[in-house]
Write a protein that binds this ligand. Structure first.
Ligand SMILES: Nc1nc2c(ncn2[C@@H]2O[C@H](COP(=O)(O)OP(=O)(O)O)[C@@H](O)[C@H]2O)c(=O)[nH]1
Ligand SMILES: [Mg+2]
Length: 462
């Protein structure tokens, strides 16, 4: 019986991420048609045409542009406009407009679409809720939808790959939006996978051979200059395409042990159970090796199992950049790791390799005394697209505190002079605004305790 994932993609970023995720899923299905369960996890058969596939997704955006381009693009056949919810004017980079104004207006129709999708599942495993934190629609309406999913489908896990704002973001109100959104994610998500746009850009550049286009393959032959505006597969051609390709690769590896048969299977619920020791500490740092932006590009990075595990400990392979590319986000220097998962993919990896990898991780990571053996492993025998083996490391590491603190301090800086506050006035009273920010700060101050290594006193669960 397939275990389905329903994707809810909100805002421009969420929909662009979703597009690449379904692109990779479709290609994997074409490469491995012998596994119909892997297909059924993310696609359903069209009622009219049994050979056509439709994505199990609900696409929401308050501007029509991205949704329209999805319906015109190469993947138009897999999206069903009956599951699109859109408006025309957008949330204007204002979390409150997305969460309150559009939330009130559209949350019921979004719930209806999600319900329709869920009814077509045999045994739904989880929701992927994709959006960015710094805009208005994704961060505001996306987090409103998250709350709705918790109320309506409390038994289905909510896993949120969310794009964290860059240090120099293109949205001025990003500190407000992301802080408000983070509070909702802490309260309503089961697992959050922060995706740092700074780290992502660096990884994409590396995967593309430092923007020189090296590593692109055609008929198996590496091509030195493969950039083309007509076929935008690079960070230059379409701004986020290669970056989103890496996120799709991450999600594909995250779900592979559930979609395909393998020696060590792992469901989505096992990730949330094993990696989240306390319900509100669920921000997981991810790392993959090798790096691959699409099946058309040669993957960059090591191929042997030991080398892939070592690479996952390096900042160049991690989706969160805590020290401006200078230090790892998961090793003992960064902070304490509450729990870790290692998901291997490919026919060459054995369980013995993974056991050796866990010993290696043990040496490199600071684990709390109450969970020194907190390593979960999974092994999927089916290769990813374009290369044979890959590795995904997930770490519930306290180093993410650096990102949260930086977000909160930017909030403080703006709020200390009440800059841009009038845009939120209509929806949030000054007291509510301050309470939301304080709750975020308080949550983080409590969790900070975990970053102090070797303190063996009993701590109150945050
Ligand atoms: N990684 C990635 N980031 C994106 C993408 N589109 C927008 N962003 C980032 O998302 C933030 C803006 O959010 P956006 O999704 O455009 O706003 P919304 O439509 O109001 O939800 C900015 O930090 C952008 O840099 C994308 O496709 N991929
Ligand atoms: Mg938008």
């Amino acid at each position: 019986m397939p275990r389905e994932i329903v994707t809810v993609q909100v805002g421009q970023c969420g929909n662009q991420l979703g597009l690449r995720w379904f692109d990779v899923m479709l290609q994997e299905h074409k490469a491995y048609p012998q596994y119909p369960e892997a297909r059924d996890a993310v696609f359903l058969q069209d009622r009219q045409n049994k050979n056509a596939l439709k994505a199990r997704c609900v696409a929401v955006d308050m501007e029509e542009g991205v949704l329209q381009s999805m319906l015109r693009g190469p993947l138009k056949d897999i999206f069903d406009s009956n599951f699109f919810v859109s408006d025309v004017s957008g949330a204007g980079n204002n979390w409150a407009v997305g969460h309150m104004e559009y939330g009130d207006r559209y949350v019921d129709s979004i719930a209806e679409s999600v319900r329709n999708q869920v009814e077509q599942c045999d045994c739904i495993q989880s929701f992927f809720v994709m959006h960015s934190l710094s805009g208005g629609t994704g961060s505001g309406l996306g987090t409103r939808v998250l709350g709705m999913l918790e109320d309506e489908f409390p038994h289905v896990f909510r896993i949120c790959p969310v794009v964290w704002p860059s240090e120099v973001d293109d949205v001025v109100t990003a500190p407000y939006n992301s802080c408000f959104a983070l509070k909702e994610l802490v309260e309503h998500a089961d697992c959050v996978l922060p995706i740092d746009n700074d780290a992502l850009a660096r990884m994409a550049d590396r995967a593309l051979g430092g923007r020189r286009g090296q590593g692109v393959i055609a008929n198996g032959v590496p091509q030195p200059h493969a950039f083309s505006a007509a076929q935008p597969t690079t960070t230059r051609g379409l701004p986020f395409d290669s970056m989103n390709g890496l996120v799709a690769q991450l999600l594909s590896n995250l779900t592979c042990a559930m979609r395909f048969p393998g020696p060590l299977n792992m469901d989505m619920n096992e990730i949330t159970t094993n990696l989240v020791p306390y319900p509100r500490l669920h921000l997981l740092t991810a790392a993959i090796a090798p790096l691959s932006v699409s099946s058309k590009h040669a993957a960059v990075g090591p191929r042997s199992v030991d080398a892939m595990i070592t690479a996952c400990l390096e900042p160049a392979h991690q989706f969160v950049d805590v020290r401006h590319g200078e230090g790892s986000a998961v090793t003992r220097e960064a902070g304490m790791t509450l729990a870790t998962a290692l998901i291997a993919r490919g026919p060459q990896t054995t369980i013995g390799d993974l056991t050796r990898g866990v010993v290696k991780l043990h040496e490199q990571m600071e684990m709390p005394y109450w969970n020194e053996d907190g390593f979960k492993t999974a092994l999927c025998g089916v290769s990813p697209l374009g290369h044979k083996d890959s590795m995904l490391l997930l770490a519930n590491n306290c180093a993410i505190r650096g990102k949260v603190e930086s977000m909160l301090s930017k909030f403080e800086r703006l709020y200390s002079v009440r800059s841009h506050v009038h845009h939120y006035d209509q929806y949030l009273s000054p007291a509510t605004l301050r309470t939301r920010w304080r709750r975020c700060t308080r949550w983080w101050t409590t969790t900070r305790t975990w970053t102090r290594p070797r303190r063996r006193r009993m701590l109150r669960a945050p």
